[in-house]
Design a protein. Structure first.
Length: 177
């Protein structure tokens, strides 16, 4: 049975997880924190949260596997993915795997709660007429390759045909904290 006010936070940044936890507890949520997919699975053995917030990059692993596991455990769970490495490719994969929303960091408790409420989607959103820039296309390709290589920078650089340090510099420039 799902506990409607139980929230699972899967975040490897201990300070950020603690801040989110306190903020949601002030809003009358019961909060459980896990730092990895394995820890999240242990929580699921005993509890069925109604909500989950999952970091896209958990240590060296992808949070997408965590989204998939949570969705398989309970398809009704509302899952929001948070990331400092936002891209269209990872957003699409997160939604396909069961997330209801995808937010770029920095995001706060208000943003996350609003995402839970907007889980159904909105067909009235205006379609942008502006074409995608070359820089955005490059950024999307880099992130798609990072996903394919499970965030292995050396392998991603090899597949992209660039030097590892060049890729690392590009990631440093665009990283959202």
């Amino acid at each position: 049975m799902t506990d409607d006010r139980l929230l699972l936070i899967v975040e490897d940044d201990e300070g950020f997880a603690r801040t989110l936890k306190r903020s949601f507890e002030r809003r009358d949520y019961q909060v459980v924190v896990a730092a990895s997919l394995d820890e999240a699975r242990k929580v699921l053995e005993e509890k069925t949260p109604g909500y989950a917030v999952v970091d896209l990059k958990l240590g060296g692993a992808s949070g997408l596997a965590c989204v998939e596991a949570l969705h398989v455990h309970d398809p009704e769970m509302l899952i929001v993915v948070l990331t400092g490495f936002a891209s269209i490719a990872t957003a699409v994969e997160a939604i396909k795997l069961g997330a209801c929303h995808y937010l770029a960091k920095p995001s706060n408790t208000d943003d996350i709660e609003a995402a839970f409420r907007r889980a159904e989607g909105n067909a009235d959103i205006e379609v942008a007429a502006r074409p995608t820039s070359i820089k955005t296309l490059e950024w999307e390709r880099i992130h798609q390759t990072l996903i394919e290589t499970d965030f292995n920078i050396s392998e991603a650089a090899r597949r992209l045909g660039m030097h590892r340090r060049t890729l690392a510099r590009k990631l440093e420039k665009r990283q959202v904290k």
